[in-house]
Design a protein around this ligand. Structure first.
Ligand SMILES: [Zn+2]
Ligand SMILES: [Zn+2]
Length: 299
C-alpha cells in the first residue's frame, strides 16, 4: 500500500487515549476509533465525531480468545497491540460476531498471525470471504454452545438485537462479561481524553454527551415494536448477570455504569427508539459511515 493511502487510513482510523489497555489482568481492550474528519470530503464537517472500533482479548488460564477482530483499517496498530497484551501467549480463538468490516475484517490477518487459532461463531458463510482459510479453522457455534478457557467458559448466544442474520453475542462466565456486537455502541465527540476512557472515568458532562449518542444496530427500531425484545433482554439479564459490558463500539462499561447503561438503552428502545441508523428518506447520513453504516447525529 502506498504511503499516501497509509496516511489516509491513519487519519480515518486513529488510536489514542492509551489504547490498548489492560482493563483487568485477564481482559485487554484493543482497537481505536473511526474519525469522521478523516473521511473524504468530511474534513470541514462539524462536529467531528468518533465511532469506537474496539475488540477485546480475554486471557483464560489455559486459552485466549479475541472478541471480534478489530477494524480492518486499524490493523497498522492492532498488530502491535496484540503483541503487547498477549505477551507471547498465542491467540487460540477469534470470535466473529457478524460479517462487517469493523467487526471481522481482520480475520484473515489474525488466522495468519496465529496459525493455531480458530474462528468461532456463526461462521456459516465465512469460507466465502476467506477461501484461503482451511475449513477446520472455521468452527460453527450455536446458541448455548460453550468453550472452556481453563478458568471460565465462553457462552455463545443468539443476539437479541441483530443487524445481520448471523449476529451472535458472547458471555464470559468468570468476568460476567457480555460482548454485545453492536448493542451498547456509542459515538463520541473528538475531545481529548475520551477515546481510551471508560464511562466511570469520565466527568459527568463528557459522559452525558457520550451516552446520548449510542450507535445501535440496524434493526428498524422506529418501525417495529421492541417490547418483546426488551422483555427478552430482561430475561437474559436474570440468566446472565452482567458486571462488564463490551461491544465492537464501546469502551468497557463497568461497575455502577452497567445498570445505568442498560436502563438508558432499554429506555431509548422502549420509548420508540432513536431514529439513527434508519433508512429515512432525505436524512443526512451523518456520522459513522466510515465504520458500519450511516448514523444520524443526535444533538
Ligand atoms: Zn458495528
Ligand atoms: Zn475516539
Amino acid at each position: 500500500m502506498s504511503e499516501a493511502s497509509n496516511k489516509a487510513i491513519q487519519k480515518a482510523y486513529i488510536v489514542r487515549g492509551g489504547v490498548p489497555r489492560m482493563v483487568l489482568p485477564d481482559l485487554a481492550w484493543v482497537g481505536g476509533c473511526s474519525n469522521s474528519s478523516g473521511w473524504p470530503g468530511r474534513a470541514e464537517t462539524r462536529p467531528v465525531t468518533h465511532e469506537p472500533c474496539m475488540a477485546y482479548v480475554i486471557m483464560g488460564a489455559q486459552k485466549t480468545i479475541m472478541m471480534d477482530t478489530g477494524h480492518y483499517g486499524l490493523w497498522y496498530s492492532l498488530d502491535g497491540q496484540l503483541d503487547a497484551v498477549l505477551k507471547g501467549r498465542p491467540l487460540d480463538y477469534v470470535f466473529v460476531s457478524h460479517q462487517e468490516i469493523p467487526h471481522t475484517g481482520n480475520l484473515g490477518r489474525l488466522l495468519r498471525k496465529y496459525p493455531n487459532a480458530v474462528a468461532v461463531g456463526d461462521v456459516r458463510d465465512y469460507h466465502l470471504f476467506h477461501p484461503e482459510v482451511a475449513l477446520d479453522r472455521l468452527v460453527q457455534k450455536q446458541h448455548g454452545d460453550r468453550i472452556d478457557l481453563g478458568d471460565r467458559e465462553i457462552v455463545f448466544l443468539d443476539a437479541i438485537w441483530k443487524d445481520l442474520s448471523g449476529t451472535m453475542w458472547t458471555y464470559d462466565t468468570r468476568l460476567k462479561l457480555l460482548f454485545s456486537a453492536d448493542t451498547f455502541g456509542y459515538i463520541h465527540l473528538h475531545d481529548e481524553n475520551v477515546c481510551g476512557t471508560m464511562f466511570h472515568e469520565m466527568p459527568e458532562q463528557t459522559l452525558g454527551s457520550v451516552i446520548g449518542r449510542p450507535a445501535l444496530p440496524f434493526f428498524g427500531m422506529s418501525s417495529r415494536d421492541q417490547a418483546a425484545r426488551v422483555e427478552a433482554f430482561r430475561g437474559f439479564l436474570k440468566q446472565y448477570p452482567l458486571e462488564i459490558i463490551t461491544s465492537g463500539h464501546t469502551a468497557p462499561i463497568m461497575g455502577a455504569m452497567v445498570p445505568r447503561a442498560i436502563e438508558k438503552l432499554l429506555g431509548d428502545i422502549a420509548s420508540g427508539g432513536p431514529r439513527f441508523l434508519q433508512s429515512v428518506a432525505g436524512a443526512d447520513p451523518g456520522v459513522g459511515e466510515g465504520s458500519d453504516r450511516g448514523a444520524e447525529f443526535h444533538a
